[in-house]
Design a protein around this ligand. Structure first.
Ligand code: GLN
Length: 285
């Protein structure tokens, strides 16, 4: 039998062997052991000499090995924080990134609290953006589109527990909306965090565990952004907004796509790291 502190030291030593994880080794080890034992990090710090059963120790060390070989911590924990809630995540969906909170905030800023607007989130993945907007603006109706059935299952489970009013549509970008008449295919706001990394980007070397279809796009990473910009107009109500997350080097290209498509008030907003991250514009007929 090992104690809490023995297991943590063993795990930290193992995680530190991998240079890219060294800085997070202590935090990751604590979160993984807390997850296995169903205890908080405060509990782990208070009870370093508690014995851990062989079964739990084995489960924990298996997770540590997976983490060491590059599995995202979020997949091992099965959940990840976004805005002010915990989302269920797993292989097959992108782990929500802090920079995507900017997209949520920019969209929420444009939706009056009392408004009953139709809002669309394209390529919802885990459902992070749609969930956040539905919670921030409960009077509005969120629609989320997702192409992957597996991701859609995860999104639905997040909607069920966090934002049951969100309506999920299975299909690629605007496709599922073309089959419907009426208010469901026109929106005051369309948001998306599409794949935007070019096939040749070096950062993909570190992103091997997450779904490539959620990360990588053709045409220097701009193919899906261009598709969304070019096809959004029939789905936007008069004065409706389109807001798109993109790579930090894609601000000018995204602005050009929106301007060329006839959008007005086009601007790019910087994220917390002062990098161009979201470009938005308004459809004024
Ligand atoms: N921001 C993500 C990353 O760089 C990419 C997300 C995306 O392609 N939509 O890891």
């Amino acid at each position: 039998m090992s104690t809490v502190s023995e297991l943590l030291s063993q795990a930290v030593a193992q995680l530190k062997q991998n240079e890219s994880q060294a800085d997070d080794a202590n935090a990751d080890a604590g979160l993984l052991l807390g997850h296995v034992l169903q205890k908080s990090s405060a509990w782990l710090m208070t009870w370093p000499t508690k014995d851990v059963s062989d079964f739990d120790a084995k489960t924990f060390l298996k997770l540590v090995s997976k983490r060491q070989s590059g599995t995202p911590l979020a997949y091992l924990l099965g959940e990840w924080g976004f805005m002010d809630f915990m989302l269920k995540v797993g292989p097959g969906v992108l782990v929500p990134r802090p920079e995507t909170e900017l997209l949520v905030e920019l969209a929420a800023d444009r939706i009056p609290q009392a408004a009953n607007w139709n809002i669309l989130d394209l390529g919802t993945g885990s459902g992070a953006i749609a969930t956040a907007l539905a919670r921030l603006r409960p009077n509005s109706q969120l629609h989320a589109v997702e192409r992957s059935q597996h991701a859609a299952d995860i999104a639905q489970s997040n909607f069920d527990s966090l934002a049951p009013s969100v309506k999920l549509h299975l299909g690629s970008w605007f496709e599922p909306l073309l089959q419907q008449d009426g208010p469901n295919n026109q929106f005051e706001i369309i948001v998306s965090n599409p794949p935007y990394i070019a096939e040749y980007e070096l950062e993909l070397e570190y992103l091997t565990e997450e779904p490539q279809e959620a990360l990588v796009a053709a045409e220097d990473g701009l193919a899906d952004i261009a598709h969304i910009v070019e096809n959004s107009r029939p789905h936007l109500k008069e004065s409706g907004w389109l807001l798109i997350e993109h790579g930090y080097g894609q601000g000018d290209a995204a602005q050009k796509l929106l301007t060329d498509a006839g959008f007005k008030d086009v601007e790019t907003v910087l994220d917390l790291n002062s990098l161009p991250r979201v470009t938005l514009g308004r459809w004024i007929a």
